[in-house]
Ligand binder design. Sequence first.
Ligand SMILES: Cc1cc2nc3c(=O)[nH]c(=O)nc-3n(C[C@H](O)[C@H](O)[C@H](O)COP(=O)(O)O)c2cc1C
Length: 233
Amino acid sequence: MKNITQGLLVSCVAFSGISATGTQEQESAPKAGMRPQDRTVLAQRKQQHGVDPLFVTRTSPRAMSGEPITKEQLYTLFEAARWAPSSYNDQPWVFIYALRGTPEWQTLFNLLVDFNQQWVKNAGALVVIVSRNAFEKSGKPNATHSFDTGAAWENLSLQGHISGLVIHGMAGFDYERAKKDLTIPDGYTVEAMFVVGKPGSLEQLPQEMRGMEKPSDRKPIEDFAFKGSFGKK
Ligand SMILES: Cc1cc2nc3c(=O)[nH]c(=O)nc-3n(C[C@H](O)[C@H](O)[C@H](O)COP(=O)(O)O)c2cc1C
């Protein structure tokens, strides 16, 4: 808990525009007690401006052990999602889950494209992310329902990372079938799916997926942060 609080404090400093070390070019230093796998990712991902390692060390692995995930573990993730900000505090997110070994598992698993089924078979839980299109109180259209639900998902994903779990988002599934098979009412949007799992070894992945299991890079800030008008550096 202390580590997370410290991390959030450092994040606040970083987001204020002043890096934690007082320099704009400083890469994140590994923290005392950091997990070996996080140190490896931190060393491989080029980062600047004193961003907290929490954000940089989160990845989307595919290798999972096949061990189950408990409802309590899942609820820790949903609790992180619950505290996300949203327009008018409307909280438009909905999560439909299935734990490995339960009757619901196959229904959610069957939604996935072949590529995803090949590695998701070792997950411990499967979740479909849905959002409500209109505000609960007024019934008026909510322009930010997907945005808010994305914020909740990212909270969840970072909590999963802190808890040492694999969290991997997916768009590779049948959206229409999800609406039908999961009896999602009109007025709700199917956003994405994700898996929750215990980390596994490379050998648990099909041969052709093993090379993908390395940290991805990102565009530079100058490609997406513009001064005053679109495209202006
Ligand atoms: C909404 C969303 C959909 C995604 N869909 C898939 C997918 O269907 N299959 C897959 O293997 N990875 C999928 N990914 C994982 C992305 O490819 C991954 O997040 C991206 O390459 C960045 O890598 P990182 O998360 O390790 O930093 C998805 C991620 C998100 C957020």
